[in-house]
Design a protein. Structure first.
Length: 155
């Protein structure tokens, strides 16, 4: 394995971590085109497979429809043309590979939704601290306790 190539990819990607899991319904905004002729293409689909999660060399497979045709797209985690990855829904799944969904149609393909209203519509490319008020409070508390400790140390 060429670790220097992986280090270059990880450095170019900026070390961002995309928390994609099987059973998530995503809307992926990707930039397509060449030169001046660029546009953003939106693709909605269900994540059916994640390979090497959290690793820059990993991939995830999304199954959705495009122009009435069922399409499965494989995206690398280190894909530089991602604009947004919006979480639309999360479903209860008990398997890491959801290949059985390919054979299901209509009511047979239904799954139970587990997403809360505060997580619906977040951009997975941005950090969790921007969305989580609990994380913001924790950061504020740690900064306040650090200020208190520094003032007692100087006195």
């Amino acid at each position: 394995m060429d670790f220097s190539r992986l280090q270059k990819v990880y450095a170019r990607f900026g070390g961002k971590r995309v928390d994609v899991k099987p059973g998530q319904y995503l809307e992926i905004h990707e930039e397509i085109g060449e030169g001046d002729n660029k546009r953003t293409w939106k693709f909605k689909g269900l994540v059916i497979k994640v390979w090497k999660a959290g690793h820059p060399d990993g991939t995830f497979t999304v199954r959705g429809t495009s122009a009435g045709v069922v399409v499965e797209k494989i995206y690398p985690f280190s894909f530089s043309k991602f604009k947004k990855i919006i979480l639309l829904d999360e479903y209860k799944v008990r398997r890491s590979k959801l290949y059985y969904i390919r054979d299901k149609v209509g009511k047979a393909a239904r799954m139970k939704s587990l997403i809360s209203s505060d997580r619906r519509g977040i951009d997975l490319l941005k950090s969790e601290e921007e969305y989580s008020p609990v994380a913001k409070e924790a950061v504020e508390k740690t900064s306040e306790s650090a200020d208190v400790e520094t003032t007692t140390a100087t006195e």
